[in-house]
Design a binder for this molecule. Structure first.
Ligand code: PLP
Length: 386
């Protein structure tokens, strides 16, 4: 079999199992509606939880930054790519989430790989929730530390593993809001465990920043925790409407990441306009007309409408509201039926989620209106009826 025959056979196998992935092409920016296949559909399929991805204030800030700093950063941060606006964004974000310092990475994926690789090496052990995002998983594997996965949110199992570990250094790494389930890790209890067993706690708040806590300040505000052993990661490509990520922590942690984090050191700094975008996003979050409150209003309305229509949605107080279907083919069919009704809801299948738990991953946004989420609840009830 030639090299490309293997790929053809592999693709055919994915097709047979209803697991072949394809991309949709949108002809519009993200928003309440998007343009798909020549028509407008209601969008429940993006992580733009606050409706900031096409917000006029972010666009304006990015345009102004283009005029001042140009398009590209031109170099990695340690050479000459760290511009004044990156520095400003780091200081502003650190103050926003209540930690001493923040460091701007190219993406959340890069940040998690960089954080875990810098904290742990072959002498360390990393403990990760089984449902963690792929990049925490990959970061743990790439770090060359021993890697132990514990059952989802099972703190008893985690404590057992921490107690038996003889590693010179321990790191617990977890999503705060699990990206395909919308449930939230018990951050206070995790921190207490890490204190008892002298471990670092790496928190991936990709889906919590902008959503949890007062003004969307994220997990640390939501749980009222602070500790020098926390390394906090928040992405900019979801509720904050832009692209990139921050790793935050004590001054020593951030300085260590600057020295040791390979995805920080060996990668071009983020385009300066992305730093401008996050500055504008924080301004909006701290402003009077809070999109965070609007989002939580939509979440409550959607859940009430689903309860009334007898649609079983996974327990979740976040923007991610999954409906488990189980079978991959049936989930695709449900998603197609919803699209026929003008509702864009993605079908999520293995390996992104465990076998037999394919689901509709509904994402709510502050850009939605009450009628949108009620309409979706009724359409779900119709489509899911046997
Ligand atoms: C929990 C979680 N962490 C990290 C990432 C990666 O962030 P980014 O898209 O900025 O690479 C994602 C999603 O993409 C995510 O869902």
């Amino acid at each position: 079999m030639g090299v490309s025959d293997r790929l053809v056979a592999g693709l055919a196998a994915l097709e047979r199992e209803d697991l072949r992935r394809t991309r949709r092409v949108l002809d519009s920016p993200q928003g309440r509606h998007v343009r798909l296949g020549g028509r407008e559909v209601l969008n429940f399929a993006s992580n733009d939880y606050l409706g900031l991805a096409n917000h006029p204030l972010l666009r304006e800030a990015m345009r102004a930054s283009l005029d001042t700093y140009g398009a590209g950063a031109g170099a990695s941060p340690l050479v000459t790519g760290h511009l004044r606006i990156h520095e400003e964004a780091e200081a502003r974000f650190a103050a926003f989430c209540g930690l001493p310092r923040a460091l701007l990475f190219g993406s959340g994926y890069a940040a998690n790989i960089g954080i875990l690789g810098a904290l742990a090496g072959p002498e360390g052990e990393i403990f990760g929730d089984r449902l963690n995002h792929a990049c925490l998983h990959d970061g743990a594997r790439l770090s060359r530390a021993r890697y132990t996965r514990y059952p989802h949110l099972d703190l008893v199992a985690l404590e057992r593993e921490l107690a038996r570990s003889e590693a010179a250094l321990r790191v617990v790494a977890t999503d705060v809001v699990f990206s395909m389930d919308g449930d939230v890790a018990p951050v206070g209890e995790l921190l207490a465990l890490c204190e008892r067993h002298d471990a670092w706690l790496v928190l991936d708040d990709a889906h919590g920043i902008g959503v949890l806590g007062h003004q969307g300040r994220g997990a640390l505000a939501r749980f009222g925790v602070a500790s020098p052993r926390i390394v906090y990661m928040a992405t900019l490509g979801k509720a904050l409407g832009g692209y990139g990520a921050f790793a935050c922590g004590s001054s020593e942690v951030v300085d260590w990441l600057v020295q040791k984090s390979r995805t920080y050191i060996y990668s071009t700094a983020l385009p300066p306009m992305m730093a401008a975008a996050v500055l504008a996003a924080l301004e909006i979050l701290e402003g009077e007309d809070s999109p965070v409150d609007r989002l939580h209003g939509r979440i409550a309305e959607f859940r009430a409408a689903c309860a009334a229509a007898r649609v079983a949605v996974v327990e979740s107080a976040t923007a991610i509201q999954p409906v488990i279907v189980g079978d991959a083919a049936r989930t695709l069919e449900m998603s197609a039926r919803l699209l026929d009704r003008g509702l864009l809801v993605p079908a999520i299948r293995p390996p992104t989620v465990p076998e037999a738990t394919s689901r509709l991953r509904i994402s709510l946004s502050a850009a939605h209106e009450r009628g949108d989420v009620e309409h979706l609840a009724l359409a779900l009830a119709e489509c899911l009826a046997p």
